[in-house]
Design a protein around this ligand. Structure first.
Ligand SMILES: Nc1ncnc2c1ncn2[C@@H]1O[C@H](COP(=O)(O)OP(=O)(O)O)[C@@H](O)[C@H]1O
Ligand SMILES: O=C(O)[C@@H](O)C(=O)COP(=O)(O)O
Length: 441
């Protein structure tokens, strides 16, 4: 934390994340570099923080978590601008626009329109776009995004229920979304070193309209070079990986959360390949499970919620340490298309949100939620306004501490669809168990 002459709190970074798991992913990476970081949710949380000093004292980074990735473009832009105004009011020196490391978007947006709006509002004309997050297998080479060595368009992301990714070229994906010029900065230009790269950014930053440079990065060292070269930029954009390129802050107290005592549960609305692997591994590991029935969700959502909560209660009665798992997709064929006659995605989000609320009322205090959209719904339903970041579980996933609208303290692991080891639903609890003695994780 730094302070200016008027002893006014200055944030090193203010971040605008387009979904909730993405926000905790980014926050975890800032924490890993020693920045004390808080995640705030949506506009209500921002209004509640109109006197940021109390909530933001001793914080280096604020990540505002929106649920704007698949919102209508106008809404995504206006919410992002509200977040920007809040962050600027809170004294943010630099702004980080966070989107998915698999560039989840449609030809209309929302990545391009949000970047355009943030550049306009800050009177900046140049920024970089860096989706790479090598620790999770996402790399960019010659402008092409790879997921674990496969082109994005040949990865499981081509089947995403909301943002199917069928092209791998980041410049080609971004171009129809933005009013700015899109340029590609290749790996050899990155490997030429931070000085040369910074000069290249300088060349690209002249002229009208403005420019968004999609920068290749294959390793954490590339991210460090980009981060150094971009140190003069007020606005940066990317996945969370770029934060890992920052020099360490030197702070050793960046993460710490209360270990909440109570039952455990796992809630998955994610259809991602890795989540499906984690579900299969948990089921074969003996975790009690319940798969949501789409017909029942459509015809009797309230009954579905009530029966699921009752089932979880009976699992805990049988074994108080059990981790009941609720999910909706085993295989791609389970995903209801637009022809299902109802908005299955929204209905499942609503049901999982209500189940989360009921489970907390029933005593759940440690919960894994899989999927960004799903996590956004759960956070809204629980009325969570802020998250503190705790122990890491896997690249991009950490435990966090929340206070619900009824005042319960709950530890949450909000897991991006494709993140975490296949056995994460069995092993993520170890970080809390290990910290139990001291009560902090
Ligand atoms: N069986 C299903 N049919 C259609 N949509 C579904 C189904 N199960 C889950 N969904 C929806 O798919 C979306 C998954 O998005 P998200 O939660 O971000 O996870 P991920 O991106 O990992 O798939 C959510 O809106 C969820 O409600
Ligand atoms: O950048 C990433 O990959 C993640 O932070 C992320 O945003 C993933 O989104 P979901 O898969 O929708 O959780």
């Amino acid at each position: 934390m730094t302070t200016d002459e008027r002893n006014h709190h200055v944030l090193a970074w203010g971040c605008i994340a387009d979904d909730v798991t993405g926000a905790t992913d980014l926050a975890g990476n800032f924490v890993a570099r020693g920045y004390s970081t808080i995640v705030l949710f949506g506009l209500d949380a921002l209004r509640a923080s109109s006197t940021p000093e109390s909530r933001l004292a001793d914080v280096d980074v604020v990540v505002v978590a929106l649920k704007s990735r698949t919102a209508p473009v106008d809404q995504a832009v206006s919410e992002s601008l509200s977040a920007l105004r809040f962050l600027e009011g809170a004294g943010a020196e630099r702004i980080y626009v966070k989107y998915c490391s698999t560039f989840d978007s449609t030809p209309r947006g929302n990545i391009g329109p949000v970047i355009d709006a943030v550049l306009d509002a800050t009177h900046e004309t140049f920024t970089i776009a860096v989706p790479s997050f090598p620790d999770t297998g996402r790399t960019v080479y010659n402008g092409h995004l790879f997921v674990g060595g496969d082109l994005l368009s040949e990865s499981s992301m081509r089947f995403h229920p909301l943002t199917p990714m069928t092209d791998s070229s980041v410049p080609r994906l971004l171009d129809p979304q933005t009013r700015n010029r899109v340029e590609s900065v290749r790996l050899d230009e990155v490997r030429a070193g931070a000085g040369a790269l910074s000069a290249r950014f300088g060349e690209l930053s002249s002229g009208t309209p403005g420019t968004i440079a999609v920068v290749d990065a294959v390793t954490d060292d590339d991210l460090a070079t980009i981060s150094t070269a971009a140190s003069g930029l007020r606005i940066v954009t990317g996945g969370s990986g770029l934060a890992l390129g920052l020099a360490p802050s030197g702070r050793s107290d960046a993460h710490s959360i209360t270990v909440a005592h109570g039952h455990r549960a796992i809630l998955c609305g994610s259809a991602s390949l890795r989540t499906r692997e984690q579900i299969a591994r948990a089921r074969s590991g003996g975790v009690p499970w319940r798969k949501l029935d789409l017909d029942e969700v459509r015809t009797d959502p309230n009954g579905t919620v009530a029966r699921t909560i009752e089932w979880a209660r009976s699992s805990w009665l049988d074994d108080p340490g059990s981790t009941p798992l609720v999910y909706s997709v085993d295989e791609l064929g389970d995903i209801a298309g637009a022809d299902a006659g109802f908005d299955a995605a929204a209905a499942i989000e609503d049901v999982i949100g209500a189940i989360a609320d009921g489970l907390v009322d029933a005593g759940a205090r440690q919960i894994i939620v899989a999927g960004g959209e799903t996590s956004g719904r759960v956070i809204a339903q629980l009325g969570v306004q802020a998250l503190a970041i705790g122990a890491p579980i896997a690249p991009g996933v950490s435990w966090s501490e929340a206070r619900t609208h009824r005042g319960a303290i709950v530890d949450l692991a909000l897991k991006s669809g494709n993140f975490g080891d296949p056995d994460m639903f069995l092993t993520a609890w170890h970080a809390l168990d290990a910290a139990n003695e001291g009560g902090r994780a």
